[in-house]
Design a protein. Structure first.
Length: 336
């Protein structure tokens, strides 16, 4: 009698806390953490759903920490180890955004020459407040303004608000209605303009003289990686990378890249030549979209990309009334 009781109670004593139901839930959530880590590790994102989900990689960090800690507490050691590895990997990817002073690429002396203050704005189908954008140009003392989703109406409202008084030089392409239009405004002359229609949305480029150094500036706006046009987005990101790396002049690329640093296609644009100003500045993620929606701002889509050797400083994220993106202003020293 005593022997049978001991035989039935021993397995119960060895049973792990939470039982099978909790263990199953942990493995499902842990599987999501591992899958998202694998998606980020794969050096290709030109298909659905990779292009759509890889951008939320930074948000896997707290989930991985929670699952790893819970699995350890509930004695699911294998799951705890796997999630700990995923957590370590995820932290390694995101940590540089929070570490200021990465080599010579950050920090500009107060009296430095060869600096360019750039500002990028998404006009949200031309619905943004044009007067607020012009005021922003004044407040940020911007030298170059890039506007994507530039419509004819928004262009007229910028002019009515006095953009030409501070930035008399202008270049645009595909300006009409909706999202295809993009434009550049500058205090200095815009030379060697390029409005070639090589992409769905316009990406005009021109050269600006910065204290004797010619700098090529491009307003960037590939199509978004929606499931039905993921291939087009991937192609345009690849074309952007090739065009940027083939350009011999120093460059600044700014705009709505419709991709985050976690996208392999964005990192291919950077290659071993360019830097993402947000990552280089080390002040954290520049979450820029969506703004004014029912969900929190959770993606870093808007970037200023600078050429090798350039320094960046005074990176500022700005709210734009009427837009679903935050604007981004950065000071770039083109010849340190």
């Amino acid at each position: 009698m005593h022997g049978r009781t001991g035989a039935t109670t021993a397995p119960a004593a060895r049973r792990r806390p939470g039982g099978r139901a909790v263990g199953l839930v942990l493995w499902v959530v842990g599987g999501l953490v591992l899958a998202m880590t694998l998606v980020r590790a794969v050096p290709y994102d030109g298909v659905t759903p990779l292009a759509q989900v890889v951008g939320v990689t930074p948000w896997v960090v707290p989930l991985a920490l929670l699952v790893a800690a819970t699995a350890l507490a509930l004695r699911r050691r294998l799951l705890a180890i796997l999630c700990a590895v995923a957590l370590t990997t995820q932290v390694a990817w995101i940590a540089p955004f929070f570490v200021p002073g990465q080599g010579i690429a950050r920090g500009i002396e107060a009296d430095a020459r060869g600096t360019l203050r750039v500002l990028t704005v998404n006009a949200y189908f031309g619905q943004a407040d044009a007067a607020a954008v012009v005021q922003m140009v004044h407040e940020q003392d911007a030298d170059v303004l890039a506007v994507v989703e530039l419509t004819a109406d928004f262009h007229d409202r910028l002019e009515a608000a006095g953009i030409e008084a501070v930035m008399p030089h202008h270049l645009d392409a595909k300006v009409g209605t909706g999202s295809p239009g993009s434009g550049l405004w500058s205090r200095a002359a815009l030379t060697d303009p390029d409005t070639t229609e090589w992409s769905t949305f316009a990406m005009p480029a021109a050269t600006v003289d910065v204290d004797g150094t010619p700098v090529r500036v491009t307003a960037v706006h590939p199509v978004p990686p929606l499931p039905e046009i993921t291939g087009v987005w991937h192609q345009e990101m690849g074309d952007l990378a090739r065009r940027a790396h083939d350009e011999p002049l120093p460059q600044v690329l700014l705009g709505d890249f419709n991709s985050t640093y976690d996208h392999a296609s964005f990192r291919a644009v950077l290659g071993d030549r360019f830097h993402d100003a947000t990552r280089t500045a080390g002040h954290g993620l520049n979450l820029s979209w969506p703004v004014g929606e029912r969900v929190p701002t959770f993606l870093d889509l808007d970037h200023v990309v600078v050429d090798e050797g350039m320094r960046v400083d005074d990176l500022t994220s700005l709210a734009v009334p009427g837009s679903d993106h935050r604007a981004l202003a950065v000071t770039v020293q083109v010849v340190p």
